[in-house]
Design a protein around this ligand. Structure first.
Ligand code: GLY
Length: 555
């Protein structure tokens, strides 16, 4: 009996730990409890939401190695208390030595693993520069104060969660190819067990240098030299010039309205904002609330909108500093009306005859949301691309590097690891940023902050944000219900609806199949970390997804 009670208490504390939290002064929702706590401490010490987001980002680089990083990149959306929203782009870039066909063999076919594994897959990292830029322009605390918690976590260690244990077990084949990765993650040459303490002493030393000398140390100092040597010794192409010339870009967010809500999201080089706007503006033409949640017609309309938006994504979207993208046209009423009108209300529109690879289960990235008592709100999505990125730790730096080069279209029409296809617009060019799906999003109504949200999930990022918003706006769900609700995803190619295991009932599947849809069950989709502002602006409700190990902290 005692054993049952203890198990119940343990289980309920585990569930509670992942559940929503309500605070009056600030809130953080991230992929890790330790990182969310770091953010709240910064807020309590007088920092604003931007300061807290930076500290959370560095903490995640330690305690959430599948996607938290200093060896990757990301996007940050910041909303000021006056409602001004800006977008900071710290996406990775291709090296100046990158070549369009660098991942193809002599016959012009992609070589398995070249764009996804090891040093050749690495894009020039942007995270450290991005956080420094955010602090200089929108933060208030000192740089070294924001790195201090991450350094402490790296030195003292943190307990291995079930999710980290499972990830390190599943990725060991790749990571064991690189001695520095083994030294960092498989101390004692074994997969760390749940509850073991993981310490990253090399990473702590690197973080201390960056804390003392600023982001310049990462891009021009000893860290840069060590990183470049490790990458080049292992067949990579990034050089010191690439690091020295990395530039953060501040961009104008994509802004649109959906049923009276003002939505701000990430512009190119993320496809997130444009696709989110296209999908929502198309479904806005249909009475989803009348159809109902999980109703056949709702799923059909959302799927058809997604299919069309992802087809546009594949054709048109890429780094706006390199190609001209007709953004105004893609968001024009004329095109949206035409997209909506092309939906056949009786049956599926087939995408094409070609069958592509299924989505892999290792898609990663991480999103965190922060709100403070003064009304600053920050949405950050950051990534190494797939879980544990390239699997390659750059020697003694303790920096796990990304495999973001796979987000380029390495050959027109060939699917990347997320099954996403691309074309000329997203072809590799020296110094170009690869197209992303990351969708950090902030929603206001009548000039008041309502929600801050985002998610990981490769190509499913956009459709996950779409569904959370539709769940709240059309189906009147609370944020907790909207995040918990089952998810599905369509991305034009392959022409299937990917559905979470228990999302569609057998009857619904029969109905969809009768209309010409192919359904494929898959593991969970996304890991949303969101914050809602109570309507009277009195409380912040931080909602971590239950699908992985996310957790909220508030005060
Ligand atoms: N690496 C995933 C994305 O940027 O969409």
């Amino acid at each position: 009996m005692k054993k049952i009670v203890i198990s119940f208490l343990l289980l309920s504390s585990f569930i509670w730990a992942q559940n929503f939290q309500v605070g009056k002064n600030g809130a953080v929702a991230s992929a890790s409890k330790q990182a969310s706590d770091v953010g709240i401490e910064v807020l309590k010490n007088g920092g604003n939401a931007v300061d807290a987001a930076i500290a959370v980002g560095f903490a995640l680089a330690v305690v959430y190695p599948p996607a938290g990083n200093i060896g990757g990149g990301g996007f940050m959306l910041i909303c000021s208390p006056e409602g001004e929203v800006t977008a900071i782009d710290f996406r990775e870039k291709a090296s100046r030595s990158a070549r369009r066909d660098m991942y193809l063999d002599e016959s012009g076919n992609p070589v398995d693993g070249w764009s996804t594994e090891g040093a050749l897959a690495v894009g020039v990292p942007g995270s450290v520069a991005g956080y420094e830029y955010a602090l200089q322009h929108y933060g208030s605390m000192k740089w070294n104060e924001l790195l201090a918690p991450a350094i402490k976590l790296a030195e003292d260690g943190f307990p291995v969660s079930y999710y980290i244990h499972e990830g390190l077990r599943d990725h060991q084949k790749l990571m064991r190819r690189f001695p520095a990765s083994v030294e960092m993650f498989y101390q004692n040459d074994s997969v760390p067990d749940i509850g073991d303490t993981l310490r990253f002493s090399d990473l702590a030393v690197t973080l201390k240098r960056i804390a003392k000398q600023g982001a310049g140390e990462f891009y021009r100092g000893r860290t840069a030299k060590r990183l470049v040597k490790a990458v080049r010794d292992n067949g990579g192409i990034i050089d010191l010039w690439d690091l020295q010339h990395y530039e953060v870009k501040e961009r104008k967010p994509i802004r649109f309205t959906y049923r009276g809500y003002d939505i701000f999201s990430m512009p190119l080089p993320s496809s997130g904002g444009i696709c989110l706007a296209q999908i929502l503006k198309v479904v806005e033409q249909f009475p989803l609330a009348e159809y109902g949640f999980q109703a056949l017609q709702s799923i059909r309309i959302i799927t058809e909108a997604e299919r069309r938006a992802y087809a546009n994504r594949a054709h048109y979207l890429g780094d706006p500093d390199f190609i001209s993208v007709p953004v105004d046209y893609l968001l024009s009423d004329e095109l949206i009306r035409a997209m909506a009108k092309s939906i056949d209300l009786t049956k599926a529109t087939p995408s094409c005859e070609v069958d592509h690879a299924p989505l892999p289960k290792s898609e990663e990235t991480t999103h965190f949301s922060v709100v403070d008592k003064d009304g600053w709100a920050v949405a950050v999505t950051t990534t190494l691309n797939s879980a544990y990125g390239s699997g390659f730790v750059a020697g003694k730096t303790g920096i796990l590097l990304n495999n973001e080069m796979d987000d380029f279209s390495i050959k027109t029409g060939m699917p990347n690891m997320y099954g996403l296809v691309g074309a000329e617009a997203n072809a590799i060019q020296p110094q170009k940023r690869m197209l992303s799906s990351m969708t950090p999003t902030i929603v206001c109504r009548n000039d008041s902050l309502m929600w801050v949200l985002g998610t990981p999930g490769g190509g499913t990022i956009i459709t996950t944000v779409v569904q959370v918003l539709i769940n709240m706006i059309d189906y009147n769900m609370t944020l907790v219900q909207a995040v918990d609700a089952p998810r599905f995803h369509h991305q034009w190619l392959p022409d299937v609806i990917f559905a979470e295991k228990y999302s569609f009932s057998p009857d619904l599947i029969d109905l969809l199949q009768a209309k010409g849809y192919t359904i494929r069950k898959r593991s969970s989709i996304g890991d949303v970390n969101a914050i809602a502002v109570d309507r009277d602006n009195k409380y912040y409700i931080a909602v971590p997804d239950k699908r992985r190990q996310s957790a909220a902290s508030v005060y």
